[in-house]
Design a protein around this ligand. Structure first.
Ligand code: AMP
Length: 222
């Protein structure tokens, strides 16, 4: 089962993807997470990616597609994967189809999360993420605060704020998202795999759980 999560930055697609990965026992592949890990390790790819990410711009297609191609050739993706943050452009969507075809796979479902802008901005500005890569729990200091300020409830690691979660970069990320999303929606609508979801109460703590359940039930994914 291959699931491609679509949604603006801050729409909750990362949290939903993590829940789905647990429910299905499939790997969660977040291109943003992979880039952040490369930046942390100061690799050449990390340095290149950082020059785009810090401004809220997209890393060039060629670089990103190659990275995903390598990741999708790893054995843990044989039965499926939850893709989060990829594809972000039509060229990436076409490249993904080619990669999948070469491996005899296909995308089963593309959930699109629809969340109002004001909630998105508020969410991103209040977002805190667990610094422990294995955990990666996401908090909202306003709507879903950790029990102890700055500390992850799940694993006790420090919580960090992403460098691109500042107002200037957010504005740019939302613009970039809007500029590309329609072509992706059209692309997947035509393939009859698009599932548009408007979370009932996107600020509630259980919202991502509810969204994940909706996705699970749709194709009896989990
Ligand atoms: P995310 O964690 O998904 O919000 O991604 C953080 C940043 O990583 C984005 O704002 C982009 O700069 C970069 N990025 C992540 N995924 C992609 C992608 N598929 N194509 C290009 N850039 C990406």
């Amino acid at each position: 089962m291959y699931i491609v999560m679509l949604g603006a930055p801050g729409s909750g697609k990362g949290t939903t993807a993590k829940i789905l990965a647990k429910k299905t026992n499939l790997p969660h592949i977040s291109t943003g997470d992979i880039f952040r890990e490369q930046i942390k390790n100061q690799t050449e790819l990390g340095k290149l990616a950082d020059s785009y990410i810090s401004k809220g711009e997209l890393v060039p297609d060629e670089v990103t597609i190659n990275m995903v191609k390598v990741r999708l050739s790893e054995p843990d993706t044989k039965e499926g994967a939850i893709l989060d943050g990829f594809p972000r452009t039509k060229a990436q969507a076409e490249a993904l189809d080619k990669i999948m075809q070469e491996q005899g796979k296909q995308i089963d479902i593309v959930p699109e999360l629809i969340v109002p802008d004001q909630i998105i901005i508020d969410r991103i500005l209040n977002r805190a993420t667990c610094s422990n890569k294995e955990c990666g729990a996401i908090y909202n200091t306003k709507y879903k605060p950790p029990k102890v300020e700055g500390i992850c409830d799940v694993c006790g690691s420090k919580l960090v704020t992403r460098t691109d979660d500042n107002e200037e970069a957010i504005k740019n990320r939302l613009e970039v998202y809007r500029a590309n999303v329609q072509s992706l929606l059209d692309y997947y609508k035509e393939k009859k795999v698009l599932l548009s979801i408007t979370p009932k109460d996107p600020t509630s703590e259980s919202s991502s759980e509810q969204v994940a359940d909706e996705i699970c039930h749709f194709k009896e994914v989990c």
